[in-house]
Design a protein around this ligand. Structure first.
Ligand code: ATP
Ligand code: MG
Length: 347
């Protein structure tokens, strides 16, 4: 069995809009190993959801998609997801069966017209067993495992009858009902209050160790990243600008953008009159983007004549630590550039 579960190679999702070409995802590569948890972090609009929607073949149908997404099932040949018919049976088998997704708003996953039980058992019958009784039993068991009180009774309730936290649990139960190899969670707890959020995160961690699935966890909340994942990709304007393990992210961040993100986390012990750092400037919309590094206009370490001219590629600067910033010689080497004479930077 391959160690790799999902491989994303030079994936781009460009949206031709009236205003210009919007490069929502712009050439990103990463792999997820079996059982690994990976985080995708970055400010609103950086392309996190578009990345996973493209992986799941749920991007808008006018999107121009390039690159390759390969899924390695436990048995059988690797599947080139990008080559599948987005409406065909193969991708539907993968979606829900091999890769499950949970979203910020559970109402988008459930139909308001059917009971929770009905919807979960339908998913189980589609992917696991035809037997209605057995499917019901699996569903009740799952609802119990995700911490629903009176699971048998909840089966007969409609989504609107559940509280936000309970709906989120029901959605997790539905996602796990097919024993996916990969769970993609796109901001699944942002809408919940903090105590419920903590419970749901704990639940996902428990279930992950129990089922041994991989998780791709999307959030703009670095606190959640710290609790949930092993490796992290930091996205900015449709690109991955830093890729590393979670400890290095917090203690040894390299990219000026990542450093700024970490600076902006409130810290216990900070004097109350100290101002919280914020990253100056707003995230630009990735339409008709100028040459050079996308973070240049907001970067405190920017090198004029270099960063606004050449696009820094993601380059390995340490074992398992890659960054896309010209402050690091490895990144200069990767494009055959040198530091402009007399250039200084404030990193
Ligand atoms: N259907 C669409 N039509 C036009 N632009 C879109 C569409 N969907 C997404 N975009 C744009 O693509 C870019 C990436 O959006 P995406 O939803 O992936 O961001 P995100 O990182 O998930 O942000 P958030 O944290 O707010 O969820 C944004 O500039 C967004 O406005
Ligand atoms: Mg999103």
């Amino acid at each position: 069995m391959s160690e790799i579960l999902l491989q994303v190679e030079a994936l781009s999702t460009h949206l031709p809009l009236e205003e210009g070409l919007l490069k929502a995802v712009d050439g990103i590569s990463f792999t997820i190993s079996r059982g690994q948890t990976m985080g995708l972090v970055g400010e609103s609009g950086c392309g996190k959801s578009m990345t996973v929607n493209t992986i799941m073949r749920l991007a808008p149908n006018f999107a121009q998609i390039e690159g390759e997404v390969t899924y390695y099932p436990a048995e059988g040949e690797p599947i080139n997801i990008t080559a599948l018919d987005p409406y065909g049976p193969e991708i539907r088998d993968i979606r829900g069966g091999e890769i499950a997704m949970i979203f910020q708003e559970p109402m988008t996953s459930f139909s308001p017209l059917h009971t929770i039980g009905n919807q979960i058992t339908e998913a189980i019958r589609l992917h696991r067993t035809q037997d209605r009784k057995e499917a019901t039993k699996i569903a009740i068991d799952l609802l119990q495992r995700v911490g629903m009180s009176n699971p048998a009774q909840r089966m007969n309730e409609y989504p609107h009858q559940l509280s936000g936290g309970m709906r989120q649990r029901a959605m997790i139960a539905m996602a796990l009902s097919c024993e996916p190899s990969l769970l993609i969670a796109d901001e699944p707890t942002t809408a919940l209050d903090v105590t419920v959020q903590a419970q749901v995160l704990q639940l996902m961690r428990d279930l992950q160790s129990e089922f041994g699935m991989s998780i791709l966890y999307i959030t703009h909340d670095l606190g959640v990243i710290a609790r949930m994942v092993q490796v992290v990709a930091v996205m900015y304007l449709g690109r991955i600008v830093e890729f590393t393990d979670v400890d290095s992210l917090f203690y040894d961040a390299k990219h000026p953008y990542t450093k700024a993100l970490i600076q902006s986390i409130p810290k216990i012990g900070r004097k109350s009159r100290d101002r919280l750092e914020s990253i100056h400037g707003a995230v630009p919309v990735p339409i008709n983007r100028p040459p050079g590094c996308g973070f240049y206009p907001r970067c405190s370490a920017a090198i004029d004549g270099l960063c606004n001219r050449v696009d820094p590629p993601l380059a390995q600067i340490e074992d398992d630590h890659a960054v896309a910033c010209f402050v690091y010689p490895e990144v200069l080497d990767a494009v055959g550039e040198t530091m402009p004479e007399g250039a200084t930077h404030a990193l």
